[in-house]
Design a protein around this ligand. Sequence first.
Ligand SMILES: N[C@@H](CCC(=O)N[C@@H](CS)C(=O)NCC(=O)O)C(=O)O
Ligand SMILES: [Fe+2]
Length: 309
Amino acid sequence: MDQTRASLETETSANVAPVRPDVTVFFDQRTFSAQYVVADPATGKCAIIDPVLDFDEKSGATSTENADKLLAFVREKELTLEWILDTHPHADHFSAAGYLKDKTGVPIAIGEKVVEVQKLWKSIYNWPDFRADGSQWDRLFTDGETFTIGTMPAKVIFSPGHTLASITYVIGDAAFVHDTLFMPDSGTARCDFPGGSAKRLWKSIQDILSLPGETRIFVGHDYQPGGREPRFESTVAEQRAANSHISKCETEAEFVAVREARDKTLPMPKLILHALQVNMNAGRLPAPEANGKRYLRFPLDALEGAAWS
Ligand SMILES: N[C@@H](CCC(=O)N[C@@H](CS)C(=O)NCC(=O)O)C(=O)O
Ligand SMILES: [Fe+2]
């Protein structure tokens, strides 16, 4: 190959637009959570991100309605599921990762710092026999690790702050930032759970905002401020310009002060004590006891200083 052609090809590949995955959102109105199916248009291979296992805390009933909808969509569109991904151990709903893994045999993954979250909550629940080694997942992603979904490149960026194990999945031109940034009119995620840090969230948000401006940002919740219709997608450029918590703050110190002041006013999510004992176990419910029933267990007065609702 002559030199001109070789350099032209290098230039072209450097300028190639990132792959644009097909992203379908499934909103769980009960917990205001966004679950995603992210598919490679070239091969039909796909990943599920942040699936919800339904739970009614009033009756103690569980159901797989949301997760089954995701599987029905995958089947209907003739997609091939390659990954079941969580962005962090959720504090407001159960993860359906374990259920989906059992049903499909597809690997489940999360960020490697989940082990630190397991250690933290193992102590809060006083659960000495719990294996706090991440072995409940098939893959624990490290910061910067890459993998593929079909032909699409995917990269993991650590995004701690909301939890100490949070990660962002950058898949082609789409970043699944879950509870870091919300839609621009909703600002950012809270940082007051055990292991959370507003200072660390600021840094994680700067990393996300340094992605190319046209990167599509998909959020993990939408709380529908003012009762508007749910929305999940923005861009890095839109977030930089208009995020209600970030665009007003010039410095980390300003952001930390605003974030921490707001967090002091927020009661804990109503399912935090239900959800962590399940999600630290990859969304697997506790084993049935001798009578065939499963039981949850709660610490009292463990989350000091939390606002009462
Ligand atoms: N009221 C909700 C609160 C859920 C919540 O705290 N969500 C987290 C994400 S897991 C958050 O960052 N919320 C931001 C906010 O409420 O401003 C519940 O009880 O589940
Ligand atoms: Fe969260």
